[in-house]
Design a protein around this ligand. Structure first.
Ligand code: PDD
Length: 285
C-alpha cells in the first residue's frame, strides 16, 4: 500500500509519525473518507469543503496546507484495483511537546492512503443491516469530522457485541445519527432526518440522498425522529461513504415495519446506484 505523508510517497509499512504528534497524543486531528468509483472521487469538492470547515472549526490554518489534493487523490486512486475503494486523509496539528493549548510552530501532519472496497457477500450484501439504539454519549460538536472518535468507537463496539452493524444515537429523545452514519426514517411516505447542526456530521452521502429524494418527489422533513417515531417507522435506513445507502431492517432485535426492504429505500438505493455509475463514467461528480 502506498501512503502520502507530508509530501512524500512511502510504502505503508515504512510510513511513520512522531509519538509526540498531537493526533496521536490528543486526537487533535481532522479527517475525511472519500469514496472512489472507477478512479473518480465521489463529491470531491464537498469532502474538501468539509475538511476545510473541520480545520477552521478546530483552529487549524487551512492556508498552511501546501498539498495539491487533486494530484494526491489521482495517484492514490491509481493504487486501487479497478479504481474502486475509498481515500482516507487526515490532518493533525503536528508534533510538539505535550501541552493542551496550541503549539507555536508545529507544521501540520498530512497523511492519506487509499483502501480497496471489499465486496460484501451473503444476504443483503451490505445494504441490509441491523442496528441498536444507544444514548448519544458524544460531545456537542458532532459537525466537526475529528479523529477524536472514542465515543463512536465504544458505540460501534456495543453494536458489534450485540450482533448489530450500527448504533443509532439518541439525545433528548431524538435519533440524530448513527455512530458512523446519518439516519433516515420513513413515516407515511415522508422522509425524516436530523437537520444539519452541531449534533450531527453533515454527511456527503446524506446530501446526495436528499437531492435524489427531491428528484424523485419524495417529501422530506428536516426533523430528527423521536425514539418512538423511529421504532414505529415504516422504514429506516442509514447513509455513509462506506456503506452508501443501507436499510436498517431490525432495531434492538425487532423488525422495522414488516422487516423487509421498503419501497422508499428501494427507490433511493436504485437512484444511488445510477448516480454512482454516472460518477464512474464521469458524467456526474
Ligand atoms: N464516517 N455521521 C458520522 C458520525 C460518521 O462517522 C459518518 C461517516 C457519517 C456519514 O458521512 P459521509 O456520508 O460524508 O460519509 C455521518 C466515515 C465514513 C468514517 O468515519 O469512516
Amino acid at each position: 500500500m502506498l501512503v502520502y505523508l507530508n509530501g512524500d510517497w512511502i510504502p505503508g509499512e515504512d510510513a511513520c509519525v512522531s509519538v509526540f504528534d498531537r493526533g496521536f497524543v490528543f486526537g487533535d486531528s481532522v479527517y475525511e473518507v472519500i469514496p472512489v468509483y472507477g478512479y473518480r472521487l465521489f463529491r470531491e469538492a464537498a469532502h474538501l469543503a468539509r475538511l476545510k470547515a473541520s480545520m477552521t472549526a478546530v483552529g487549524m490554518d487551512v492556508n498552511a496546507l501546501t498539498v495539491t489534493w487533486s494530484a494526491v487523490f489521482a495517484r492514490l486512486a491509481e493504487t486501487l484495483p479497478s479504481g474502486e475503494g475509498t481515500v482516507y486523509l487526515q490532518v493533525t496539528r503536528g508534533a510538539a511537546p505535550r501541552q493542551h493549548a496550541f503549539p507555536a510552530n508545529a507544521p501540520l501532519t498530512v497523511f492519506a492512503y487509499a483502501r480497496p472496497r471489499v465486496p460484501e457477500t451473503g444476504v443483503g450484501a451490505g445494504y441490509e443491516i441491523s442496528a441498536i439504539l444507544c444514548d448519544d454519549i458524544r460531545w456537542a460538536r458532532c459537525d466537526i469530522k475529528t479523529t477524536s472518535l472514542i465515543a463512536n468507537v465504544l458505540l460501534a463496539q456495543e453494536a458489534a457485541a450485540r450482533g448489530a452493524e450500527e448504533a443509532l444515537l439518541v439525545r433528548n429523545d431524538r435519533v440524530n445519527e448513527g455512530a458512523v452514519s446519518n439516519v433516515f426514517a420513513v413515516r407515511a411516505g415522508r422522509l425524516f432526518t436530523a437537520p444539519r447542526n452541531h449534533l450531527i456530521l453533515g454527511g456527503v452521502t446524506r446530501d446526495v440522498v436528499l437531492e435524489l429524494a427531491a428528484g424523485l418527489g419524495i417529501p422530506v422533513e428536516d426533523r430528527a425522529p423521536s425514539r418512538a417515531e423511529l421504532l414505529e417507522a415504516e422504514e429506516v435506513f442509514i447513509t455513509s461513504s462506506g456503506r452508501e445507502v443501507a436499510a436498517v431492517t431490525r432495531i434492538d432485535g425487532r423488525p422495522v415495519g414488516d422487516g423487509r426492504l421498503g419501497p422508499v429505500f428501494r427507490r433511493l438505493h436504485a437512484a444511488f446506484q445510477t448516480f454512482k455509475e454516472e460518477v464512474r463514467i464521469g458524467t456526474r461528480t
